[in-house]
Design a protein around this ligand. Structure first.
Ligand SMILES: [Zn+2]
Length: 287
Protein backbone atom coordinates (compact mmCIF):
# COMPACT_ATOMS: atom_id res chain seq x y z
CA UNK A 1 0.00 0.00 0.00
CA UNK A 2 1.17 3.49 -0.77
CA UNK A 3 1.46 6.20 1.86
CA UNK A 4 -0.18 9.44 0.72
CA UNK A 5 1.90 11.45 3.17
CA UNK A 6 5.28 10.62 1.70
CA UNK A 7 7.08 11.19 -1.56
CA UNK A 8 6.58 8.36 -4.00
CA UNK A 9 9.51 6.07 -4.72
CA UNK A 10 10.58 5.15 -8.25
CA UNK A 11 9.03 1.73 -7.76
CA UNK A 12 5.73 3.24 -6.64
CA UNK A 13 5.61 5.37 -9.80
CA UNK A 14 6.01 2.22 -11.83
CA UNK A 15 3.42 0.28 -9.85
CA UNK A 16 0.86 3.07 -10.13
CA UNK A 17 1.48 3.40 -13.86
CA UNK A 18 1.02 -0.33 -14.40
CA UNK A 19 -2.05 -0.32 -12.17
CA UNK A 20 -3.65 2.41 -14.28
CA UNK A 21 -2.92 0.50 -17.49
CA UNK A 22 -3.71 -3.04 -16.42
CA UNK A 23 -6.48 -2.60 -13.86
CA UNK A 24 -8.07 0.68 -14.86
CA UNK A 25 -7.45 0.08 -18.57
CA UNK A 26 -6.17 3.57 -19.24
CA UNK A 27 -4.37 3.90 -22.52
CA UNK A 28 -1.97 6.62 -21.52
CA UNK A 29 1.74 7.01 -22.25
CA UNK A 30 4.01 7.53 -19.25
CA UNK A 31 4.61 11.15 -20.30
CA UNK A 32 0.89 11.91 -20.13
CA UNK A 33 0.29 9.83 -17.00
CA UNK A 34 -0.89 11.90 -14.00
CA UNK A 35 -0.84 10.69 -10.41
CA UNK A 36 -3.70 11.92 -8.23
CA UNK A 37 -4.63 11.25 -4.62
CA UNK A 38 -7.76 9.47 -5.77
CA UNK A 39 -5.69 7.17 -8.00
CA UNK A 40 -3.53 6.26 -5.01
CA UNK A 41 -6.64 5.65 -2.90
CA UNK A 42 -8.17 3.40 -5.57
CA UNK A 43 -4.87 1.55 -5.81
CA UNK A 44 -4.71 1.07 -2.03
CA UNK A 45 -8.29 -0.18 -2.00
CA UNK A 46 -7.42 -2.65 -4.76
CA UNK A 47 -4.36 -3.93 -2.88
CA UNK A 48 -6.37 -4.22 0.34
CA UNK A 49 -9.03 -6.33 -1.38
CA UNK A 50 -6.35 -8.51 -2.94
CA UNK A 51 -4.57 -8.99 0.40
CA UNK A 52 -7.80 -9.95 2.15
CA UNK A 53 -8.75 -12.47 -0.52
CA UNK A 54 -5.20 -13.85 -0.55
CA UNK A 55 -4.97 -14.11 3.19
CA UNK A 56 -8.38 -15.77 3.55
CA UNK A 57 -7.60 -18.41 0.96
CA UNK A 58 -3.84 -18.98 0.67
CA UNK A 59 -4.30 -22.39 -0.93
CA UNK A 60 -5.95 -20.72 -3.91
CA UNK A 61 -3.79 -17.61 -4.22
CA UNK A 62 -0.33 -18.45 -2.94
CA UNK A 63 1.83 -20.06 -5.61
CA UNK A 64 5.03 -22.05 -5.27
CA UNK A 65 8.10 -20.43 -6.77
CA UNK A 66 8.91 -22.64 -9.72
CA UNK A 67 12.43 -23.63 -10.75
CA UNK A 68 13.87 -21.18 -13.19
CA UNK A 69 16.87 -23.29 -14.12
CA UNK A 70 17.45 -25.78 -16.88
CA UNK A 71 16.06 -28.74 -15.03
CA UNK A 72 13.47 -30.46 -17.15
CA UNK A 73 10.12 -29.45 -15.81
CA UNK A 74 8.34 -32.73 -15.95
CA UNK A 75 4.79 -33.13 -14.72
CA UNK A 76 6.23 -35.09 -11.84
CA UNK A 77 8.21 -32.12 -10.59
CA UNK A 78 5.33 -29.69 -11.05
CA UNK A 79 3.00 -31.98 -9.18
CA UNK A 80 5.58 -32.58 -6.46
CA UNK A 81 6.13 -28.86 -6.06
CA UNK A 82 2.42 -28.07 -5.79
CA UNK A 83 1.82 -30.89 -3.31
CA UNK A 84 4.89 -29.85 -1.35
CA UNK A 85 3.68 -26.30 -1.19
CA UNK A 86 0.26 -27.37 0.00
CA UNK A 87 1.90 -29.45 2.73
CA UNK A 88 4.08 -26.53 3.84
CA UNK A 89 1.07 -24.24 4.13
CA UNK A 90 -0.72 -26.92 6.09
CA UNK A 91 2.22 -27.25 8.50
CA UNK A 92 2.44 -23.48 8.83
CA UNK A 93 -1.26 -23.28 9.79
CA UNK A 94 -0.90 -26.18 12.19
CA UNK A 95 1.94 -24.37 13.97
CA UNK A 96 -0.18 -21.24 14.02
CA UNK A 97 -3.03 -23.10 15.70
CA UNK A 98 -0.47 -24.00 18.40
CA UNK A 99 0.37 -20.30 18.74
CA UNK A 100 3.68 -20.47 16.85
CA UNK A 101 4.54 -18.37 13.84
CA UNK A 102 7.19 -20.22 11.83
CA UNK A 103 7.45 -17.40 9.30
CA UNK A 104 7.03 -17.05 5.61
CA UNK A 105 7.52 -19.20 2.62
CA UNK A 106 10.19 -18.40 0.12
CA UNK A 107 13.35 -19.50 -1.59
CA UNK A 108 14.66 -20.58 -4.93
CA UNK A 109 13.16 -24.03 -4.58
CA UNK A 110 9.92 -22.93 -3.04
CA UNK A 111 10.74 -24.28 0.37
CA UNK A 112 11.18 -22.84 3.79
CA UNK A 113 14.80 -21.85 3.52
CA UNK A 114 15.65 -22.82 7.05
CA UNK A 115 15.30 -19.13 7.82
CA UNK A 116 12.53 -19.42 10.36
CA UNK A 117 13.71 -19.01 13.93
CA UNK A 118 12.82 -22.60 14.80
CA UNK A 119 15.21 -23.90 12.15
CA UNK A 120 12.69 -26.42 10.91
CA UNK A 121 12.84 -27.74 7.36
CA UNK A 122 9.58 -28.97 5.90
CA UNK A 123 9.58 -31.73 3.29
CA UNK A 124 6.69 -33.33 1.57
CA UNK A 125 7.38 -37.03 0.94
CA UNK A 126 5.31 -37.87 -2.09
CA UNK A 127 5.67 -41.62 -1.80
CA UNK A 128 5.18 -41.95 1.92
CA UNK A 129 1.42 -42.59 1.65
CA UNK A 130 2.00 -45.47 -0.74
CA UNK A 131 5.14 -47.07 0.78
CA UNK A 132 5.07 -46.00 4.44
CA UNK A 133 8.76 -45.17 4.05
CA UNK A 134 10.54 -41.87 4.53
CA UNK A 135 13.14 -40.76 2.01
CA UNK A 136 15.96 -38.56 3.32
CA UNK A 137 18.01 -36.82 0.64
CA UNK A 138 21.68 -35.89 1.08
CA UNK A 139 22.92 -35.23 -2.49
CA UNK A 140 21.36 -33.88 -5.64
CA UNK A 141 22.27 -32.81 -9.15
CA UNK A 142 20.48 -30.99 -11.91
CA UNK A 143 20.68 -33.93 -14.31
CA UNK A 144 22.59 -37.18 -14.65
CA UNK A 145 25.47 -35.53 -16.56
CA UNK A 146 26.23 -33.06 -13.75
CA UNK A 147 28.22 -33.64 -10.57
CA UNK A 148 26.62 -34.24 -7.19
CA UNK A 149 26.22 -31.46 -4.68
CA UNK A 150 25.36 -31.78 -1.00
CA UNK A 151 21.71 -31.20 -0.31
CA UNK A 152 19.03 -32.09 2.20
CA UNK A 153 20.52 -33.05 5.56
CA UNK A 154 24.10 -32.36 4.42
CA UNK A 155 23.34 -28.79 3.42
CA UNK A 156 25.19 -26.35 5.61
CA UNK A 157 22.48 -24.15 7.10
CA UNK A 158 20.79 -23.41 10.39
CA UNK A 159 18.29 -26.26 10.10
CA UNK A 160 17.90 -28.17 13.36
CA UNK A 161 14.72 -30.13 12.73
CA UNK A 162 13.32 -32.08 9.84
CA UNK A 163 9.57 -32.34 9.42
CA UNK A 164 8.74 -34.83 6.69
CA UNK A 165 5.75 -36.83 5.45
CA UNK A 166 2.25 -35.86 4.40
CA UNK A 167 -0.85 -34.34 6.00
CA UNK A 168 -2.01 -37.69 7.39
CA UNK A 169 1.31 -38.94 8.67
CA UNK A 170 4.51 -37.04 9.31
CA UNK A 171 7.64 -37.27 11.45
CA UNK A 172 9.77 -34.64 13.15
CA UNK A 173 13.44 -35.64 13.46
CA UNK A 174 16.41 -33.68 14.65
CA UNK A 175 18.83 -33.12 11.79
CA UNK A 176 21.69 -34.48 13.87
CA UNK A 177 19.85 -37.81 14.26
CA UNK A 178 19.50 -38.06 10.49
CA UNK A 179 23.14 -37.11 9.91
CA UNK A 180 24.23 -39.81 12.39
CA UNK A 181 22.17 -42.41 10.52
CA UNK A 182 23.71 -41.25 7.25
CA UNK A 183 27.24 -41.62 8.70
CA UNK A 184 26.53 -45.17 9.86
CA UNK A 185 25.08 -46.19 6.50
CA UNK A 186 28.04 -44.69 4.63
CA UNK A 187 30.38 -46.73 6.89
CA UNK A 188 28.35 -49.77 5.76
CA UNK A 189 26.93 -50.40 9.23
CA UNK A 190 23.78 -52.43 9.17
CA UNK A 191 20.66 -50.67 10.40
CA UNK A 192 17.46 -52.67 10.42
CA UNK A 193 14.70 -50.85 8.56
CA UNK A 194 17.05 -48.40 6.88
CA UNK A 195 19.17 -48.47 3.70
CA UNK A 196 20.91 -46.20 1.21
CA UNK A 197 19.23 -45.59 -2.13
CA UNK A 198 21.76 -44.90 -4.84
CA UNK A 199 19.64 -43.08 -7.35
CA UNK A 200 16.13 -41.82 -7.35
CA UNK A 201 13.89 -40.61 -10.18
CA UNK A 202 16.16 -39.50 -13.05
CA UNK A 203 19.41 -40.06 -11.20
CA UNK A 204 19.21 -36.61 -9.65
CA UNK A 205 18.92 -37.52 -5.98
CA UNK A 206 20.83 -39.66 -3.47
CA UNK A 207 19.45 -40.51 -0.09
CA UNK A 208 18.37 -43.20 2.28
CA UNK A 209 15.07 -44.82 3.07
CA UNK A 210 13.74 -45.51 6.56
CA UNK A 211 10.73 -47.70 7.06
CA UNK A 212 7.84 -46.68 9.26
CA UNK A 213 8.80 -48.78 12.29
CA UNK A 214 12.42 -47.55 12.28
CA UNK A 215 11.31 -43.94 11.74
CA UNK A 216 9.14 -44.16 14.86
CA UNK A 217 12.11 -45.23 16.97
CA UNK A 218 14.25 -42.22 16.01
CA UNK A 219 11.61 -39.49 15.84
CA UNK A 220 12.04 -36.42 18.06
CA UNK A 221 8.35 -35.53 18.33
CA UNK A 222 5.18 -37.36 17.36
CA UNK A 223 3.25 -34.29 16.30
CA UNK A 224 3.55 -30.54 15.93
CA UNK A 225 1.74 -30.13 19.26
CA UNK A 226 4.25 -32.47 20.88
CA UNK A 227 7.13 -30.58 19.22
CA UNK A 228 5.90 -27.18 20.46
CA UNK A 229 5.52 -28.64 23.95
CA UNK A 230 9.03 -30.18 23.93
CA UNK A 231 10.69 -26.99 22.77
CA UNK A 232 8.79 -24.91 25.27
CA UNK A 233 8.34 -22.22 22.64
CA UNK A 234 6.92 -18.89 23.70
CA UNK A 235 3.50 -19.07 22.07
CA UNK A 236 2.46 -15.61 23.03
CA UNK A 237 4.11 -13.55 20.31
CA UNK A 238 2.43 -10.36 19.19
CA UNK A 239 3.20 -7.84 16.51
CA UNK A 240 2.10 -4.21 16.72
CA UNK A 241 1.08 -2.19 13.67
CA UNK A 242 0.72 1.56 13.49
CA UNK A 243 0.46 3.70 10.35
CA UNK A 244 2.62 1.97 7.71
CA UNK A 245 4.78 -0.11 10.02
CA UNK A 246 4.67 -3.24 12.10
CA UNK A 247 6.81 -3.66 15.21
CA UNK A 248 8.03 -6.73 17.04
CA UNK A 249 8.13 -4.99 20.41
CA UNK A 250 5.57 -2.88 22.16
CA UNK A 251 8.49 -0.99 23.75
CA UNK A 252 9.90 0.01 20.34
CA UNK A 253 10.69 3.72 20.50
CA UNK A 254 8.27 4.54 17.66
CA UNK A 255 5.20 3.16 19.40
CA UNK A 256 5.90 2.90 23.13
CA UNK A 257 4.11 6.21 23.86
CA UNK A 258 1.13 5.47 21.64
CA UNK A 259 -2.15 4.35 23.23
CA UNK A 260 -3.32 0.76 22.74
CA UNK A 261 -6.41 1.81 20.79
CA UNK A 262 -4.22 3.23 17.99
CA UNK A 263 -2.35 -0.03 17.55
CA UNK A 264 -3.48 -3.05 15.59
CA UNK A 265 -2.16 -6.28 17.08
CA UNK A 266 -1.30 -9.31 14.93
CA UNK A 267 -0.29 -12.73 16.18
CA UNK A 268 2.06 -13.31 13.28
CA UNK A 269 4.46 -11.12 11.37
CA UNK A 270 3.28 -12.70 8.16
CA UNK A 271 -0.30 -11.59 8.77
CA UNK A 272 0.85 -8.02 9.33
CA UNK A 273 3.00 -8.01 6.17
CA UNK A 274 0.14 -9.48 4.16
CA UNK A 275 -2.12 -6.73 5.46
CA UNK A 276 0.28 -4.25 3.84
CA UNK A 277 2.46 -3.12 6.77
CA UNK A 278 6.23 -2.85 6.44
CA UNK A 279 8.73 -4.06 9.00
CA UNK A 280 9.96 -1.37 11.38
CA UNK A 281 13.56 -0.49 10.56
CA UNK A 282 14.67 -0.11 14.16
CA UNK A 283 17.24 -2.95 14.31
CA UNK A 284 16.24 -3.90 17.86
CA UNK A 285 12.57 -4.26 17.09
CA UNK A 286 12.63 -7.93 16.02
CA UNK A 287 15.38 -9.33 18.21
ZN1 LIG B 1 9.76 -0.93 15.88
Amino acid sequence: MIDLQRNLSAEEHLILYWYSIVVEKSNVSYDDFRITESLIMRFNEYVKKWNTAFFNNPLRFEKPVDWDRNRTKTDYFRNQLAKGHEFELWVQRKFKSCGVDIGGYNSEKGQFAGENNLGIEIKYDMRHAETGNIYIEYCERLDSSKSWIKSGILKNDNTKYWLIGNMNDYFIFTKITLVNIYNKLIRKENIKGCHLVEEKLNGTSKGFVMNNAFSRTVTFADSIEDFVGKLNIDTNISYYALNMFVHGRRECRYIRNKPDNMIKVFDSLDDALKAGFQKCNNPNCFL
